[in-house]
Design a protein around this ligand. Sequence first.
Ligand code: S3P
Length: 182
Amino acid sequence: VGLKSPAAALFLKMRSWILVGMMGSGKSSVGRSLAAISERRFVDTDQILVHRIGRPIKQLFSLYGESSFRELEHKILAELVPGADIVSTGGGIVLREDNWTEMRRLGPIAYLRATPDKLIERLTVSKNRRPLLDVENWEDRLRELVAKREPLYEQADCCVDVESMDIDEAAEELKRLLEDVS
Ligand code: S3P
């Protein structure tokens, strides 16, 4: 049993490490690598949501709309307890002020920053189709979303420019920063 088992985490009053950033910034892949090197558990709010509703996010959006998705996303975040976890979030989690309250309750928040060009490059090859980008000019839509959200992401406790880093480099950098602010 590792030092950071759930029971030990509770005993040590460990705080989760939260990852925010745009779609395509690498929250899931970097988060998994970070979890491995920091002996933490990887948790993904989108994954929990999909598991809970038993449908892909895209279907939830098309059947019930974005606001239902946001409600569920908030509920899931509010149910989490601080622990030896890396919490990867959906790109739009930063939109609601009450999500910030919940994220701060869990632990320090890190922003994975990349330019719109880089995000577009990554999303072009991604198999995961995002409902918000299911429009004709999705590149323009992405740029708009980045412009709108950038000031929100910047409220995070620390930031890593993932632009020219590979997954493991970004994870190492995050570990260093998050250990400092924990
Ligand atoms: C969203 C990002 C997605 C997912 C949903 C909405 C957003 O997560 O939560 O499609 O508003 O940016 P990823 O950031 O993991 O792609």
